[in-house]
Design a protein around this ligand. Structure first.
Ligand code: XUL
Ligand code: CO
Length: 438
């Protein structure tokens, strides 16, 4: 059964097109900087926001009624979603999907039954993957939604919840492996605290590290070769999430000697919630060698919560793709649209329009970023700005050849040379010029 009969495969028609159901900037096979756009961007669909989100918010009930949700039986519903999802990805020319265990298959009375149903749905997904060639970017486990996770999962004060979390993640890694997932993501859903008055942060963080080490060991044991990723987020649902941002995740990983095994899955709206720009988070991951993948969305600048909107700001996507290109591009990672249509955008075709908007905005960002790099616009400026470290005393500082005494002797004789302008406004207008012209 087809769920989107009235919509054909979305094609590239170029910036002049007035067809709402066409790409204006995303041309999958066009070569940009030596690589096809589809290989640069590695777009992925999030199962949860695209196929299970039904428009609810804290104030309101379901607004989204999908034809694939009509079956009474929840296992039949899960299977219908698989077929709808693959039809959607094929028509959108999206090569990857990401999933939580909980959104591909309904939870059952106990772990054994839940795992059995998971296997049943995974085999339907596998068939669809074989039919279409669409691949799994990453899998993850939902260790936050169910009531047992009320006080956290690996950081719960209840050891049996820790054990259950481990069992759930074990299964999620196994099914990710069965689906050929290129990564496995840890998002610390409720790993954080509401108040320090009842929280032993030291034990909770040790336990979180223990769980991650067990995951590393188990992945190795079963030969899962996908990249393990951590997705930082500063708050929501808890007041303080331990994986606050890239810098705090890095210091945690370093403390527990886990850094070699993990990279970052950077989410745009999570960066905003941490009072960072998306570019900042990507930059921190890149310069520390832990850039992995991206959850592509945007927040609303007026709202302090995770709105998971489709990204439509070319300025942000340009700077994001600039960092991605500087990082050498995606390897196992990709651009997963961890984004959902607004509650009011409840028609099926809104899903297409939303993904077209997000994909075109990133495609445009890629085009501009690659031209900025081709012309070394900021690189040339930066090279000049730091040139005092290429010779004389600067070269000795970075070469580790001088200490305080030598530098004091130098300062006494030479004082300081004059500083140069940072030219911020000029650089910002150059960026505008590239965005507007390209
Ligand atoms: C939550 C979030 C998740 C993770 C996977 O804010 O972004 O969807 O990406 O659990
Ligand atoms: Co996410």
């Amino acid at each position: 059964m087809a769920y989107f009969e009235q919509i054909g495969t979305v094609q590239y028609e170029g910036p002049g097109s007035k067809n709402a159901f066409a790409f204006k900037y995303y041309n999958p096979n066009e070569i940009i900087a030596g690589k096809a756009m589809k290989d640069h961007l590695r777009f992925s669909m999030s199962w949860w926001h695209t196929f299970t989100f039904r428009g609810t918010d804290p104030f309101g009930d379901v607004t989204i009624f999908r034809p694939w949700d009509e079956a009474e039986d929840d296992i039949e519903r899960a299977k219908a979603r698989v077929h709808a999802a693959f039809e959607f990805m094929e028509k959108m020319q999206i090569g990857y999907f990401c999933f939580h265990d909980a959104d591909i298959a309904p939870r059952q009375q106990n772990l054994l039954e839940t795992n059995r149903v998971l296997d049943e749905i995974v085999s339907v997904i596998r068939q669809e993957m074989d039919r279409t060639g669409i691949r799994c970017l990453w899998g993850t486990s939902n260790c936050f939604g169910d009531h047992k996770f009320v006080h956290g999962a690996a950081t719960s004060p209840n050891a049996s919840v820790f054990a259950y979390t481990a069992a759930q993640i074990k299964k999620a890694i196994e099914i990710t492996q069965t689906l050929g997932g290129e990564n496995y993501v840890f998002w610390g859903g409720r790993e954080g605290y509401e108040t320090l008055l009842n929280t032993d942060t030291s034990l909770e963080l040790d336990n979180l590290a223990r769980l991650l080490q067990m995951a590393v060991d188990y992945a190795k044991k079963i030969g899962f070769t996908g990249q393990l990723l951590i997705e930082p987020k500063p708050k929501e649902p808890t007041k303080h999430q331990y994986d606050f941002d890239t810098a705090s995740v890095l210091s945690f990983l370093r403390k527990y000697q886990l850094e070699p095994y993990f990279k970052m899955n950077i989410e745009a709206n999570h960066a905003t919630l941490a009072a960072h720009t998306f570019q900042h988070e990507l930059n921190t991951a890149r310069v520390n060698g832990v850039f992995g993948s991206v959850d592509a969305n945007t927040g609303d600048p007026m709202l302090g919560w995770d709105t998971d909107q489709f990204p439509t700001n070319v300025y942000d996507t340009t700077l994001a793709m600039y960092e991605v290109l500087l990082a050498g591009g995606f390897t196992s990672g990709g651009l997963n649209f961890d984004a959902r249509v607004r509650r009011g955008s409840f028609q099926e075709d809104d899903l297409f329009l939303a993904y077209i908007a997000g994909m075109d905005t990133f495609a445009k960002g890629l085009r501009v970023a690659s031209r900025l790099l081709e012309d070394s616009v900021f690189e040339r400026f930066k090279a000049k700005r730091y040139e005092s470290y290429n010779e004389g005393i600067g070269k000795d500082i970075v070469g580790g050849r001088v200490g305080f005494s030598e530098l004091e002797a130098y300062a006494l004789i030479h004082g300081v040379t004059s500083n140069a302008s940072g030219r911020q406004e000029y650089l910002e207008s150059l960026l505008n010029q590239y965005i507007l012209e390209g």
